[in-house]
Design a binder for this molecule. Sequence first.
Ligand SMILES: NC(=O)C1=CN([C@@H]2O[C@H](COP(=O)(O)OP(=O)(O)OC[C@H]3O[C@@H](n4cnc5c(N)ncnc54)[C@H](OP(=O)(O)O)[C@@H]3O)[C@@H](O)[C@H]2O)C=CC1
Ligand SMILES: O=C(O)[C@@H]1CCC=N1
Length: 270
Amino acid sequence: MTTIAVLGAGKIGEALLSGLLQGGRSAKDLMFTERHPERAAELTEHYGVAAVEVADAAKRADVLVVAVKPQDIDPVLDQLAPLLGADSLVVSLCAGLPTALYERRLAEGTPVVRVMPNTPMVVGEAMSAVSPGRHATAEHVRVVSELLSCVGSVVEVPESQQDAVTALSGSGPAYFFFLVEAMIDAGILLGLPRAVAEKLIIQSAVGAAKMLDRTDEHPVILREAVTSPAGTTINAIRELEKHGVRAALLAAIEAARDRSVELGKAHEDH
Ligand SMILES: NC(=O)C1=CN([C@@H]2O[C@H](COP(=O)(O)OP(=O)(O)OC[C@H]3O[C@@H](n4cnc5c(N)ncnc54)[C@H](OP(=O)(O)O)[C@@H]3O)[C@@H](O)[C@H]2O)C=CC1
Ligand SMILES: O=C(O)[C@@H]1CCC=N1
């Protein structure tokens, strides 16, 4: 079985460990590194996965998953540089960071696969997009895709699309949570008890998501089916259009894409 080390077990690193365990991976095939000993101890107690030093991870793991914030990448690359080579496999989950950065900083020939996952991997429903770097073969992509398919869906995209993917599906769950939060507030405004508003909206979100997933219908058709002539929904849609919600989403996702590009550019000279 492939041994996986997660370097930086924060939100997405923990989600990956948790998803892999739920997907049937054994804790003994997983390990992680963390900056704070208390955080490491907490994770080991909760998941039974060992906290290790970077050198140990580089020696023992078949796949090294880098899951630190893009701003924290430099010391990680410095540590990894003398430890890795063509036999290693590095998977970067970091927003904005190109595989070329790793290729410049690690030993010649080190294979790198860039991945943009999202947090629904904790419930086996991640959307992950993978892109091979210059030294990653089809077999490397297969290994990474198989690993990620334990925690959700996987697509392969050219690396040039990863900033857009990051803005769309990497950050995507946050937009849905934001929408749910606002709709629950609307329930409160209309005088519903919070628990009732939460139940109504969360189940509506789950139901809508399952319809999107399981019917072959376009979202427009599904929305039209809810929108009765001279009914209630069209009044709400008119307000959403009047307040520019569609344009706001386009601008928001474009801004997220721009930030991903900027995070990559910050490392161009390193
Ligand atoms: N959160 C998300 O939904 C997604 C995140 N990503 C990407 O994943 C990466 C991590 O994001 P996220 O999990 O949100 O961030 P977090 O800050 O929650 O996680 C990063 C973790 O790495 C630790 N860390 C930092 N430097 C080191 C180091 N040298 N050795 C070991 N551990 C270290 C951090 O410690 P400390 O707390 O001290 O900083 C923190 O616990 C980012 O690059 C992000 O772009 C990708 C897709 C989705
Ligand atoms: O907000 C971020 O930068 C990370 C990347 C995608 C989701 N979370």
